[in-house]
Design a protein around this ligand. Structure first.
Ligand code: PEP
Ligand code: MN
Length: 290
C-alpha cells in the first residue's frame, strides 16, 4: 500500500515537472508524432526529408546550378543562407534580400520549398515573404524574443540546437515557439562544442533517440556543421537516420573550394550523388522511404 502511494506520488511529481517544463513539446502529453508541412513536403512522416543546398547563396549562377543538382538527385527542400551569422565581421555576410529573391526564383524553376535563416526580429517579415521554412540558427537558439516572434508566424520553424546548449534547453526553446501558437517546429541536432579538436563540432548522436523519445516534434540531423568536414558527412548522416532522425540538412556546392562559406564541409556533386544513394539504402534498412 505504502509503495503504491509512493508510486502515485512519483507519478504526480513527474506530471508536475513535465507540465511546468516543456508541456507543449512533450510526447507524454501528446503521444502522436507531429507532422510539419512545407508546401507539399511533410516532415516527420515515414518519408525521410533531405534538405540540401549551399551554406550561402552567392550568385544567380551558383544557386541555379546547385538547385538543379539538388532537385535532380532527389532532395525535397532547398537550403541556402541569405543572412549569414559569421564569426568575423570581415567574412561574407550573405546577399541579404538579393539572396532571398534568388531563392524565390529557383523555387519557381525547381518547385522545391526553401529554407533560409532569419537572424533577427526585424528580418522576420522580409524572410517570411520569400521562404517556406524559417531557420533559427544555433547562435540564436536562446534568443527568446526571436523565438516568441517566429511563434506568431504561420511558417514552419527549423530550430537548431545551440553549440553550448543541452537537450533540455533545446526543448525549452521549442516550447517558446509552441507557446506563442506555432506548432510547426522541426528540431535539428547540428553538433555541440566539446574538448575534441579533430572535428569542428561533436555530433551528438544521443540527441536523436533522446529527442524522439521526449518529444513529438520531427527531428533532423545536420552532419555538415556536426563534423565540419565533407569526408565525414555521409557516415554521420547514415548514423543519424539509423538512430531515428526524420531527415537531414546537408551542405552541397558545385565548387566547394571556391565557396564563400563552409566549403570544407560541403559535398561536391559526385559526393552528393553517392550521399543520396546512401540515404536510399539506409532509409530502406529503417523501413522508411526517400
Ligand atoms: C547554417 O546552417 O549554415 C548555419 C549557420 O548553421 P548553425 O546555426 O547550425 O551554425
Ligand atoms: Mn553553413
Amino acid at each position: 500500500m505504502a509503495q503504491l502511494s509512493r508510486q502515485g506520488e512519483d507519478h504526480m511529481l513527474e506530471t508536475i515537472a513535465t507540465s511546468t517544463a516543456y508541456r507543449r513539446a512533450s510526447r507524454k502529453l501528446h503521444p502522436e508524432n507531429t507532422y510539419v508541412q512545407a508546401n507539399d513536403v511533410v516532415i516527420g512522416d515515414k518519408k525521410l526529408v533531405i534538405m540540401a543546398g549551399p551554406c550561402a547563396v552567392e550568385s544567380p549562377s551558383q544557386i541555379h546550378a546547385i538547385a538543379q543538382l539538388v532537385k535532380q538527385e532527389g532532395a525535397s527542400i532547398l537550403r541556402g543562407g541569405a543572412f549569414k551569422p559569421r564569426t568575423s565581421p570581415y567574412s561574407f555576410q550573405g546577399l541579404g534580400e538579393e539572396g532571398l529573391k534568388l531563392l524565390a526564383h529557383v523555387r519557381k524553376s525547381t518547385g522545391l520549398p526553401i529554407i533560409t535563416e532569419v537572424l533577427s526580429l526585424e528580418q522576420i517579415p522580409l524572410v517570411s515573404a520569400y521562404s517556406d521554412i524559417l531557420q533559427i540558427g544555433a547562435r540564436n537558439m536562446q534568443n527568446f524574443p526571436l523565438l516568441s516572434a517566429v511563434g506568431l508566424s504561420q511558417k514552419p520553424i527549423l530550430l537548431k540546437r545551440g553549440m553550448g546548449n543541452t537537450i533540455h534547453e533545446l526543448l525549452m526553446a521549442a516550447e517558446y515557439v509552441l507557446y506563442a501558437g506555432n506548432n510547426q517546429v522541426i528540431l535539428c541536432e547540428r553538433g555541440i562544442r566539446t574538448f575534441e579538436t579533430m572535428s569542428r563540432n561533436t555530433f551528438d548522436i544521443n540527441a536523436i533517440p533522446i529527442l524522439k523519445d521526449l518529444t513529438h516534434l520531427p527531428v533532423i540531423a545536420d552532419p555538415s556543421h556536426g563534423t565540419g568536414n565533407a569526408k565525414f558527412v555521409p557516415s554521420i548522416a547514415r548514423a543519424a537516420i539509423a538512430a531515428g532522425a526524420d531527415g537531414v540538412i546537408v551542405e552541397v556546392h558545385t565548387n566547394p573550394a571556391e565557396a564563400l562559406s563552409d566549403g570544407e564541409q560541403s559535398l561536391n556533386p559526385e559526393e552528393f550523388h553517392a550521399f543520396m544513394l546512401d540515404m536510399e539504402k539506409i532509409s530502406r534498412a529503417m523501413n522508411r522511404t526517400l
